[in-house]
Design a binder for this molecule. Structure first.
Ligand SMILES: [Zn+2]
Length: 496
């Protein structure tokens, strides 16, 4: 038996002015052919595929296609989009006869001229392999599922968690669905509902019993334990996408037409329940001046402030100076840590060397629309390569390399400046920089919700700041022109 596997993964943000290019995919690690199996057998969705395929009832020849992944950022430029699709399809057509396809996708990947890259790819793969070869794909919980995407796949398997701590497990569940089709004669039937709503990410914490998302996760996991269910998921969407067909979706796939009614009914019930409770997603966001003052007033323990509007995990640029300006107003008893993406200031620090003091101008270079640069005297505390293994939100042993980086200090404010964007919340980033995020006074996390997996139990207080950026929590107050209307919370609506 021969199964082809591959990945095309990025969460796009159409408010980020920086296009994602081929260089971004190369920087994150492009692999093809057998190298995919060597590199990713223990990592994320691909690792889940590989481990499960190796336990199939008959030996499987795993054909590595392409692994394309880039850190969340602006939409992919048109030449890169064509290159990615052509190379993925080229590998698949060269693979010869195959018995199934497993793809790790995101579902909120946008390219210049193509708002639904995942749907485009799956439709092209379907064209190539024909109707009888099963296609199973994984999606992020922040996917924007479209009718084309759903129609092209036999099964779509979604992350159940946010923070995303089940990435590899999602790969395993997808491969199990493929096993059911290939060995048990499952004939997938899918119920799919699109809801005219987009919800903030901040309170959609599936691990918090007080969040609406907790009960939804439990329901979906319960459904998937039924032997006749191949997949059940909700995609609440990455909100910062100004694209057609934008909205939350619920999907239930059962193992044969005899369960079609169950699938349709369950899907409708969940969609209705989520719609009725949609206001529970509205976040509490606070003024950054107040939040930093609260952190300073807290004499012991860690305060974490989510700079969610500039969350690099949401595809923002990571060069905000808004919270840094507030932090500079205080003398901190213990380190106050803030990450920033600024390759120029890293290069200058690298040139001057550890121990040098200089007037550094930083921030506001990637997103000039929202941020102003700041100039302050800093000491180069350390220079390092930001290479580490991400485990926790978004990663199961995921190698990260965001380039040459520096820790710049001004008093006890520690600025972790990196050359590229990445998980600017992850304890592993700060630890690689030589800092202990858990004993700091204050940590700025560039993440709306996922950071809680690492910090919820380790911090004294957590705030989400209301600040400018490409990923504001109150996104419906910003101009969107392509989304379908009416759409909540832009528009108030009654029962559906
Ligand atoms: Zn996500």
């Amino acid at each position: 038996m021969r199964i082809a596997i591959g990945q095309l993964w990025q969460e796009s943000n159409t408010f980020n002015p920086l296009p994602t290019t081929w260089a971004d995919f190369e920087a994150f690690g492009h692999f093809e052919g057998p190298a995919i199996i060597d590199q990713f057998k223990d990592t994320n969705e691909l690792g889940g595929f590989i481990q499960t395929l190796r336990a199939f009832p008959t030996p499987v020849e795993i054909i590595g296609l392409q692994r394309f992944a880039a850190w969340p950022s602006g939409p992919i430029d048109a030449p890169t989009f064509r290159l990615l699709i052509d190379r993925m399809l080229g590998s698949l057509s060269q693979a010869g006869r195959i018995d199934g396809v497993l793809l790790a996708l995101h579902g909120a990947l946008v390219a210049d001229g193509e708002p639904d890259v995942s749907g485009h790819l799956l439709a092209r793969v379907r064209e190539l392999v024909g109707p009888s070869v099963p296609i199973v794909a994984t999606l992020d919980l922040h996917a924007n599922m479209t009718a084309r995407l759903v129609a092209a796949a036999d099964v779509l398997t979604l992350y159940h968690t946010a923070p995303h701590i089940d990435v590899m497990n999602t790969g395993k569940r997808a491969a199990q669905a493929l096993r059911r089709i290939l060995f048990e004669g499952a004939k997938p039937v899918t119920a799919f509902r699109k809801l005219p709503m987009v919800v903030p990410a901040e309170r959609a914490n599936t691990q918090d019993p007080n969040s609406i998302s907790f009960g939804i996760r439990k329901t979906l996991e319960g459904w998937e334990r039924n032997p006749f269910v191949l997949s059940a998921g909700i995609a609440t969407v990455q909100p910062w996408l100004d694209i057609p067909e934008m909205g939350t979706s619920v999907l239930v796939t059962c193992a044969g037409p005899e369960w079609r009614n169950w699938a349709e009914q369950s899907c409708s019930e969940l969609a209705r329940a989520v719609w009725q409770r949609r206001r529970e997603y509205l976040p509490e966001i606070v003024d950054p001046t107040w939040a930093v003052a609260q952190a300073h007033a807290c004499s012991d323990g860690l305060t974490v402030i989510s700079d969610s509007a500039d969350a690099t995990t949401s595809g923002s640029t990571g060069d905000s100076t808004v919270l840094l300006r507030e932090m500079l107003k205080y003398t901190w008893p213990r380190p106050a840590i803030v990450p920033i993406v600024d390759p120029a200031v890293v290069a200058e620090a690298d040139r001057l060397g550890v121990g040098a003091t200089f007037a550094a101008t930083m921030g506001g270079t990637r997103n000039r629309r929202d941020f102003q640069p700041i100039t302050l005297d800093v000491t180069v505390n350390s220079i390092f390569d930001a290479k580490f293994i991400l485990s926790g939100h978004l990663g199961d042993k995921l190698p990260i390399d965001i380039g040459r980086s520096a820790v710049l200090t001004h008093g006890n404010v520690h600025i972790v400046a990196t050359s590229r964007s990445g998980p600017h919340f992850a304890p592993q980033l700060f630890q690689t920089a030589g800092l202990d995020p858990f004993t700091a006074s204050l940590l700025i996390a560039k993440s709306p919700c996922g950071f809680r997996a690492a910090y919820a139990d380790q911090s004294k207080q957590i705030f989400v700041a209301r600040a400018p950026g490409c990923a504001p929590s109150d996104f419906w107050n910003y101009p969107f022109i392509r989304i379908p209307r009416p759409l909540w919370p832009w528009d108030e609506m009654g029962d559906l």
